[in-house]
Ligand binder design. Structure first.
Ligand code: PGA
Length: 248
């Protein structure tokens, strides 16, 4: 099954308006059409970045969302608001939201449901902490995070899983090719059980966690690795584009 790789930049709480626009323009200019490419700037720069990407194939993404449609939810942003700005994909379950901000699995599940129901591409992040890997609980943890997804999400083109071992995020210590492939294969097998094999074969599974130009080629050439979710290295256009170009 040939899947189009998808490389997305998660800018986290970085850039300012000018640098966000500059970065978006450079990515739009340099991105090949062979691979799906996306960037997820901070909420406040979505509009400006969306304009900078106009006319390019680079997808605009959001790092977070709230599951309600509208109402008295001070500080929150709905799927409809994101769509209004041209957002095409949204992350859920990123480890920083789970473990730094303290989002529960139940909240992550409701957000994923809202993103999917709203017609956006969902990038659902899963991954174990170091102590969980050391205790041999990696697959169990990933399985539980996949269970946050609803069986009603039946379009594999709008379902992306990002495997991001927490110990690899922002640490400079990436998973080995074998460690990534092992978990990616498990994720695909689990999706096959949750939906069916054809569905599982179509879902893109990104690797995230200290992916950089130097390790992108070997990580993304693994059978079940279909691109990446890039943090630190997505903040420099040349590094990000080198990763994009390394993807199969
Ligand atoms: P990193 O972050 O590439 O800086 O490790 C990845 C992520 O958190 O998505």
């Amino acid at each position: 099954m040939a899947r189009t790789s998808f490389v997305a930049g998660n800018w986290k709480m970085n850039t300012n308006k000018a640098t966000a626009v500059e970065l978006a323009k450079a990515v739009a200019k340099g991105a090949p059409t062979r691979v799906d490419v996306g960037v997820a700037p901070p909420f406040v720069y979505l509009h400006a970045v969306g304009q900078a990407l106009a006319g390019s194939k680079v997808l605009l993404g959001a790092q977070d969302v709230y599951f309600e449609k509208n109402g008295a939810f001070t500080g929150e942003i709905s799927v409809e608001m994101l769509k209004d700005l041209g957002v095409r994909f949204c992350l859920t379950g990123h480890s920083e939201r789970r473990h730094v901000i303290g989002e529960s699995s139940a909240l992550v599940a409701r957000k994923a449901e809202a993103v999917y129901a709203g017609g956006l591409i969902l990038i659902h992040c899963v991954g174990e902490k170091l102590e969980q890997r050391d205790a041999n609980q990696t697959l169990q943890v990933v399985q539980a995070q996949l269970n946050e997804l609803s069986r009603k999400m039946d379009d594999p083109a709008r379902m992306v899983i990002a495997y991001e071992p927490v110990w690899a995020i922002g640490t400079g210590r990436n998973a080995t090719d074998q460690q990534a492939q092992e978990v990616h294969a498990f994720i695909r097998q689990t999706l096959g059980t949750m939906w069916n094999k054809d569905y599982a074969d179509r879902v893109r599974i990104q690797y995230g966690g200290s992916m950089k130009p130097e390790n992108a080629k070997s990580l993304t050439s693994q059978t079940d690795v279909d691109g990446g979710l890039i943090g630190g290295a997505a903040l420099k256009a040349d590094a990000f584009l080198a990763i994009v170009n390394a993807a199969k």
